[in-house]
Design a protein around this ligand. Structure first.
Ligand code: F6R
Length: 262
Protein backbone atom coordinates (compact mmCIF):
# COMPACT_ATOMS: atom_id res chain seq x y z
CA UNK A 1 0.00 0.00 0.00
CA UNK A 2 1.46 3.33 -0.99
CA UNK A 3 0.57 6.18 1.38
CA UNK A 4 0.94 9.70 0.03
CA UNK A 5 0.34 12.56 2.44
CA UNK A 6 -0.20 16.01 0.96
CA UNK A 7 -0.87 19.36 2.57
CA UNK A 8 -4.47 19.95 1.55
CA UNK A 9 -7.48 18.73 -0.42
CA UNK A 10 -6.48 20.73 -3.52
CA UNK A 11 -3.18 18.91 -3.76
CA UNK A 12 -4.96 15.57 -3.28
CA UNK A 13 -7.28 16.35 -6.21
CA UNK A 14 -4.38 17.45 -8.41
CA UNK A 15 -2.35 14.37 -7.59
CA UNK A 16 -5.35 12.14 -8.30
CA UNK A 17 -6.14 13.88 -11.59
CA UNK A 18 -2.52 13.49 -12.69
CA UNK A 19 -2.82 9.71 -12.36
CA UNK A 20 -5.75 9.74 -14.80
CA UNK A 21 -3.96 12.12 -17.19
CA UNK A 22 -0.85 9.91 -17.22
CA UNK A 23 -2.95 6.78 -17.77
CA UNK A 24 -4.99 8.28 -20.63
CA UNK A 25 -1.88 9.60 -22.35
CA UNK A 26 -0.25 6.18 -22.09
CA UNK A 27 -3.37 4.23 -22.89
CA UNK A 28 -6.13 6.29 -24.58
CA UNK A 29 -8.60 3.37 -24.46
CA UNK A 30 -8.21 2.87 -20.70
CA UNK A 31 -11.08 1.58 -18.59
CA UNK A 32 -11.65 4.01 -15.73
CA UNK A 33 -13.32 3.07 -12.46
CA UNK A 34 -15.09 6.15 -11.07
CA UNK A 35 -16.70 7.21 -7.81
CA UNK A 36 -19.23 9.80 -6.68
CA UNK A 37 -19.42 11.72 -3.39
CA UNK A 38 -17.78 15.01 -2.42
CA UNK A 39 -14.17 13.84 -2.50
CA UNK A 40 -13.68 13.33 -6.28
CA UNK A 41 -15.46 16.55 -7.35
CA UNK A 42 -12.27 18.65 -7.39
CA UNK A 43 -10.45 15.87 -9.26
CA UNK A 44 -13.19 15.84 -11.91
CA UNK A 45 -12.98 19.64 -12.22
CA UNK A 46 -9.25 19.33 -12.76
CA UNK A 47 -9.80 16.68 -15.47
CA UNK A 48 -12.39 18.91 -17.20
CA UNK A 49 -9.93 21.84 -17.23
CA UNK A 50 -7.19 19.67 -18.64
CA UNK A 51 -9.52 18.27 -21.28
CA UNK A 52 -10.48 21.84 -22.24
CA UNK A 53 -6.80 22.75 -22.39
CA UNK A 54 -6.27 19.91 -24.88
CA UNK A 55 -4.08 17.86 -22.54
CA UNK A 56 -6.26 14.75 -22.56
CA UNK A 57 -9.04 13.06 -24.47
CA UNK A 58 -11.58 10.52 -23.24
CA UNK A 59 -12.75 9.72 -26.76
CA UNK A 60 -11.55 6.12 -26.65
CA UNK A 61 -11.90 5.61 -22.89
CA UNK A 62 -14.72 3.87 -21.07
CA UNK A 63 -15.84 4.04 -17.45
CA UNK A 64 -17.56 2.00 -14.77
CA UNK A 65 -18.91 3.65 -11.64
CA UNK A 66 -18.85 1.93 -8.29
CA UNK A 67 -22.46 2.25 -7.31
CA UNK A 68 -25.96 3.66 -7.61
CA UNK A 69 -28.99 4.06 -5.36
CA UNK A 70 -31.54 1.33 -5.92
CA UNK A 71 -34.87 2.99 -6.62
CA UNK A 72 -33.57 6.12 -8.35
CA UNK A 73 -33.71 6.40 -12.14
CA UNK A 74 -30.79 8.02 -13.94
CA UNK A 75 -32.65 11.30 -14.44
CA UNK A 76 -33.31 11.73 -10.71
CA UNK A 77 -31.20 14.67 -9.48
CA UNK A 78 -29.79 12.58 -6.60
CA UNK A 79 -28.94 9.56 -8.73
CA UNK A 80 -25.27 8.86 -9.25
CA UNK A 81 -25.88 8.80 -13.03
CA UNK A 82 -27.09 12.38 -12.79
CA UNK A 83 -24.12 13.28 -10.60
CA UNK A 84 -21.61 11.82 -13.07
CA UNK A 85 -23.24 13.46 -16.08
CA UNK A 86 -23.27 16.88 -14.45
CA UNK A 87 -19.89 16.66 -12.67
CA UNK A 88 -17.87 15.07 -15.48
CA UNK A 89 -19.36 13.32 -18.50
CA UNK A 90 -21.26 16.31 -19.94
CA UNK A 91 -18.04 18.34 -20.00
CA UNK A 92 -15.65 15.89 -21.67
CA UNK A 93 -15.54 13.89 -24.90
CA UNK A 94 -16.32 10.46 -23.45
CA UNK A 95 -18.97 8.59 -25.51
CA UNK A 96 -22.14 8.31 -23.37
CA UNK A 97 -22.54 4.64 -24.34
CA UNK A 98 -19.07 3.96 -22.90
CA UNK A 99 -20.05 5.21 -19.45
CA UNK A 100 -21.48 2.54 -17.17
CA UNK A 101 -23.34 2.99 -13.90
CA UNK A 102 -25.55 0.31 -12.33
CA UNK A 103 -29.17 0.96 -13.33
CA UNK A 104 -30.96 2.10 -10.17
CA UNK A 105 -34.36 1.83 -11.84
CA UNK A 106 -34.00 -1.88 -12.59
CA UNK A 107 -36.89 -4.23 -11.89
CA UNK A 108 -34.47 -7.13 -11.76
CA UNK A 109 -31.47 -6.17 -9.60
CA UNK A 110 -29.95 -9.64 -9.69
CA UNK A 111 -29.49 -9.79 -13.44
CA UNK A 112 -28.52 -6.09 -13.58
CA UNK A 113 -25.67 -6.86 -11.18
CA UNK A 114 -24.60 -9.98 -13.10
CA UNK A 115 -24.65 -8.01 -16.35
CA UNK A 116 -22.55 -5.26 -14.76
CA UNK A 117 -19.87 -7.79 -13.82
CA UNK A 118 -20.00 -9.28 -17.32
CA UNK A 119 -19.65 -5.81 -18.89
CA UNK A 120 -16.52 -5.07 -16.84
CA UNK A 121 -14.97 -8.35 -18.00
CA UNK A 122 -15.99 -7.64 -21.61
CA UNK A 123 -14.30 -4.23 -21.42
CA UNK A 124 -11.07 -5.97 -20.37
CA UNK A 125 -11.20 -5.10 -16.65
CA UNK A 126 -10.67 -1.78 -14.89
CA UNK A 127 -7.28 -0.13 -15.32
CA UNK A 128 -7.54 2.48 -12.58
CA UNK A 129 -10.25 2.47 -9.91
CA UNK A 130 -10.90 5.69 -8.01
CA UNK A 131 -12.29 5.30 -4.48
CA UNK A 132 -13.41 7.50 -1.62
CA UNK A 133 -13.83 6.11 1.89
CA UNK A 134 -16.84 6.31 4.17
CA UNK A 135 -16.49 7.44 7.79
CA UNK A 136 -17.09 3.79 8.69
CA UNK A 137 -14.47 2.52 6.25
CA UNK A 138 -16.84 1.58 3.43
CA UNK A 139 -15.70 1.53 -0.19
CA UNK A 140 -18.35 1.74 -2.87
CA UNK A 141 -21.42 0.94 -0.79
CA UNK A 142 -19.73 -2.07 0.77
CA UNK A 143 -20.56 -1.36 4.37
CA UNK A 144 -18.77 -2.95 7.37
CA UNK A 145 -19.38 -6.73 7.49
CA UNK A 146 -19.52 -6.96 3.66
CA UNK A 147 -17.82 -10.07 2.37
CA UNK A 148 -14.29 -9.21 1.32
CA UNK A 149 -14.85 -11.41 -1.75
CA UNK A 150 -18.24 -9.91 -2.70
CA UNK A 151 -19.35 -9.17 -6.26
CA UNK A 152 -21.73 -6.51 -7.62
CA UNK A 153 -24.99 -6.83 -5.69
CA UNK A 154 -27.72 -5.11 -3.67
CA UNK A 155 -26.54 -3.71 -0.33
CA UNK A 156 -28.40 -2.13 2.56
CA UNK A 157 -26.89 1.19 3.59
CA UNK A 158 -26.03 1.71 7.26
CA UNK A 159 -27.96 4.41 9.14
CA UNK A 160 -24.64 6.31 9.34
CA UNK A 161 -24.26 6.34 5.56
CA UNK A 162 -27.91 7.33 5.10
CA UNK A 163 -27.36 10.18 7.57
CA UNK A 164 -24.11 11.27 5.87
CA UNK A 165 -25.89 11.47 2.49
CA UNK A 166 -29.07 13.07 3.82
CA UNK A 167 -27.66 16.50 2.98
CA UNK A 168 -28.30 15.81 -0.71
CA UNK A 169 -32.04 15.11 -0.27
CA UNK A 170 -34.68 17.68 0.58
CA UNK A 171 -36.95 17.18 3.60
CA UNK A 172 -39.66 14.60 3.00
CA UNK A 173 -38.05 13.41 -0.25
CA UNK A 174 -37.66 9.62 -0.79
CA UNK A 175 -34.11 8.67 0.24
CA UNK A 176 -33.07 5.18 -0.79
CA UNK A 177 -31.80 2.79 1.86
CA UNK A 178 -30.60 0.24 -0.70
CA UNK A 179 -27.89 0.44 -3.32
CA UNK A 180 -26.35 -1.50 -6.16
CA UNK A 181 -22.61 -1.64 -5.66
CA UNK A 182 -19.56 -3.29 -7.12
CA UNK A 183 -18.40 -5.87 -4.61
CA UNK A 184 -15.10 -5.74 -2.76
CA UNK A 185 -13.89 -8.67 -4.89
CA UNK A 186 -14.87 -6.70 -8.00
CA UNK A 187 -12.96 -3.61 -6.84
CA UNK A 188 -9.90 -5.69 -5.96
CA UNK A 189 -9.65 -6.91 -9.56
CA UNK A 190 -8.86 -3.41 -10.80
CA UNK A 191 -5.26 -3.28 -11.97
CA UNK A 192 -4.60 -0.14 -9.93
CA UNK A 193 -6.54 1.48 -7.11
CA UNK A 194 -6.41 5.10 -6.03
CA UNK A 195 -8.23 6.01 -2.81
CA UNK A 196 -8.55 9.69 -1.94
CA UNK A 197 -9.43 10.86 1.58
CA UNK A 198 -9.60 14.41 2.83
CA UNK A 199 -10.69 15.99 6.09
CA UNK A 200 -10.54 15.04 9.75
CA UNK A 201 -13.86 13.13 9.61
CA UNK A 202 -12.07 10.43 7.61
CA UNK A 203 -9.05 10.10 9.89
CA UNK A 204 -10.35 7.21 12.03
CA UNK A 205 -11.42 5.18 8.98
CA UNK A 206 -8.08 5.86 7.28
CA UNK A 207 -6.20 4.70 10.36
CA UNK A 208 -8.19 1.48 10.52
CA UNK A 209 -7.75 0.87 6.80
CA UNK A 210 -3.98 1.43 6.85
CA UNK A 211 -2.84 0.33 10.28
CA UNK A 212 -5.64 -1.94 11.45
CA UNK A 213 -6.07 -5.63 10.59
CA UNK A 214 -7.59 -6.67 7.26
CA UNK A 215 -11.15 -7.13 8.39
CA UNK A 216 -14.68 -6.91 7.07
CA UNK A 217 -15.45 -4.39 9.81
CA UNK A 218 -13.36 -1.90 7.77
CA UNK A 219 -13.85 -2.79 4.08
CA UNK A 220 -11.10 -0.41 2.93
CA UNK A 221 -8.56 -2.46 4.92
CA UNK A 222 -8.69 -5.04 2.10
CA UNK A 223 -6.56 -2.63 0.05
CA UNK A 224 -3.61 -3.85 2.13
CA UNK A 225 -3.89 -7.00 -0.02
CA UNK A 226 -3.83 -5.16 -3.36
CA UNK A 227 -0.47 -5.10 -5.17
CA UNK A 228 -0.98 -1.57 -6.54
CA UNK A 229 -3.14 0.47 -4.17
CA UNK A 230 -2.30 4.10 -3.44
CA UNK A 231 -3.96 6.15 -0.70
CA UNK A 232 -3.70 9.90 -1.20
CA UNK A 233 -4.47 11.80 1.99
CA UNK A 234 -4.45 15.38 3.14
CA UNK A 235 -2.90 16.18 6.54
CA UNK A 236 -6.29 16.11 8.27
CA UNK A 237 -7.24 12.66 6.94
CA UNK A 238 -3.76 11.38 7.88
CA UNK A 239 -3.89 12.91 11.37
CA UNK A 240 -4.74 9.68 13.25
CA UNK A 241 -2.04 7.55 11.58
CA UNK A 242 0.73 6.37 13.88
CA UNK A 243 3.50 6.03 11.31
CA UNK A 244 3.21 9.27 9.31
CA UNK A 245 6.95 9.92 9.49
CA UNK A 246 7.71 6.50 8.06
CA UNK A 247 5.26 6.92 5.16
CA UNK A 248 6.80 10.30 4.35
CA UNK A 249 10.29 8.86 4.56
CA UNK A 250 9.35 6.08 2.10
CA UNK A 251 7.94 8.62 -0.36
CA UNK A 252 11.09 10.77 -0.12
CA UNK A 253 13.17 7.67 -0.77
CA UNK A 254 10.96 6.72 -3.74
CA UNK A 255 11.40 10.22 -5.17
CA UNK A 256 15.15 10.03 -4.62
CA UNK A 257 15.41 6.68 -6.40
CA UNK A 258 13.16 7.80 -9.23
CA UNK A 259 14.81 11.15 -9.84
CA UNK A 260 18.32 10.32 -8.69
CA UNK A 261 18.51 13.07 -6.03
CA UNK A 262 20.66 13.11 -2.89
C1 F6R B 1 -19.30 6.85 -3.97
C2 F6R B 1 -18.93 5.79 -3.03
C3 F6R B 1 -18.71 6.03 -1.57
C4 F6R B 1 -17.96 7.32 -1.27
C5 F6R B 1 -17.80 7.51 0.23
C6 F6R B 1 -17.14 8.82 0.58
O1 F6R B 1 -19.46 6.33 -5.26
O2 F6R B 1 -18.82 4.71 -3.47
O3 F6R B 1 -18.00 4.94 -1.03
O4 F6R B 1 -16.72 7.30 -1.89
O5 F6R B 1 -19.04 7.45 0.86
O6 F6R B 1 -18.00 9.86 0.21
P1 F6R B 1 -17.54 11.38 0.26
O7 F6R B 1 -16.50 11.55 -0.79
O8 F6R B 1 -18.79 12.17 -0.04
O9 F6R B 1 -17.03 11.62 1.63
Amino acid sequence: MQIIILENADQVAQYGAQQFVDLLNRQPDAVLGLATGSTPVALYQNLIQRYQAGEISFERASSFNLDEYLGLAGDHPQSYRHFMNSQLFNHIDIAPQNTHIPDGSTEDPLSTCEQYEADIVKAGGIDLQLLGIGRNGHIGFNEPSSSLASRTRVKTLTPDTVAANQRFFSEGEFQPRLSLTMGIGTIMEARRILLLATGETKSAAVREAVEGPVAARCPASILQMHPRATLVLDRAAASALKDVEFYEYIERENERLLHGGE
